[in-house]
Design a protein around this ligand. Structure first.
Ligand code: ATP
Length: 271
């Protein structure tokens, strides 16, 4: 028996996701036959229970890497594993609610798709509980067109949480919303993370949002990871007092880390 293990095959026991030498190539570029490396030889561990933000300029590969983690994008080479084998939910920038289904029936849909037997009262109960968590139980019987943009996004979060995922993937979830709403929804995600202890990977263009909603910030450039920075502003998941996101963003520590992340992004871009 070979007792010597290749270190590259050993993932941290606490890893929710282990990515090794991952590359995704697409056809594209200036000339016919050119290939674009959207993700280029990436190694990354997402630690169980952490909140990891992926930042970087447009086209650097954030969404492609998130889709790899979700299992929606095949790798050209390398591998991506979920050692914990937990379930995954995805929240996109567009809430993508089904217009002909009431709010409660949009939220229960993942349970119905998971298990058709779950389609009855149990799914409705679970959807109602998820709506409570995003403070929207009172609009359960409305249709999506009767909701504001922020409410639609909260329904989309409830739909993602109804299956009690271990891993929540967020792709620019609040980019279409105004600043105040973004901050409020960020606070909601933080509260839900404290309640359920899932792992979060968040893609965002917004450095302040990345800092407010993460434990580590991963800076990407040209498909590669330029740096993974521990976020000194992150609060522990065990804190029980309610958090005022606006206050956190006004602290000198927040401003200092904002500067560090911005400098890294500029350095990565060679500017
Ligand atoms: N399906 C595809 N076919 C061809 N090229 C693609 C495809 N998806 C992404 N790309 C290319 O891969 C690169 C990375 O794209 P990706 O969407 O991952 O970047 P991003 O950092 O998320 O960008 P943005 O912040 O603008 O959303 C880009 O050059 C993009 O044009």
């Amino acid at each position: 028996m070979n007792l010597i293990q290749n270190p590259e095959t050993i993932s941290s026991p606490k890893a929710a996701v282990t990515i090794r030498q991952a590359t995704v190539e697409f056809a594209g570029g200036r000339r016919a036959g050119d290939r674009v490396k959207a993700v280029d030889n990436v190694d990354l561990d997402v630690i169980s229970g952490e909140r990891l933000a992926l930042v970087g300029q447009s086209g650097c590969g954030k969404t492609t890497l998130l889709r790899v983690i979700a299992g929606l994008q095949q790798l050209s080479s390398g591998r991506c594993e979920h050692p914990g084998r937990g379930s995954t939910s995805f929240v996109f920038q567009q809430p993508a609610l089904l217009p002909w289904r009431r709010v409660i029936d949009n939220v229960s849909l993942p349970l119905e798709l998971q298990n058709r037997k779950h389609a009855g009262a149990a799914a409705k109960d679970a959807a109602g509980a998820a709506l409570d968590e995003v403070e929207l139980r009172d609009v359960a019987s409305r249709f999506p067109y009767q909701l504001s943009g922020g409410m639609k996004m909260r329904v989309s979060i409830a739909r993602a949480l109804v299956t009690r995922p271990d891993l929540l993937l967020l792709d620019e979830p609040f980019a279409a919303l105004d600043d105040l709403l973004r901050t409020q929804l960020g606070g909601l995600v933080t509260r839900l993370w404290r309640l359920h202890h899932f792992t979060i990977v968040l893609v965002t263009h917004n450095i302040a949002e990345a800092i407010a909603l993460s434990d580590r910030v991963c800076v990407m450039h040209n498909g590669q990871i330029n740096a993974v920075l521990d976020n000194p502003v992150a609060r522990s998941g065990d804190e029980t007092e309610s958090v005022d996101e606006v206050d956190v963003r006004r602290t000198p520590e927040f401003a200092a880390f904002y500067g560090v992340v911005s400098d890294r992004l500029r350095e990565a871009a060679g500017r």
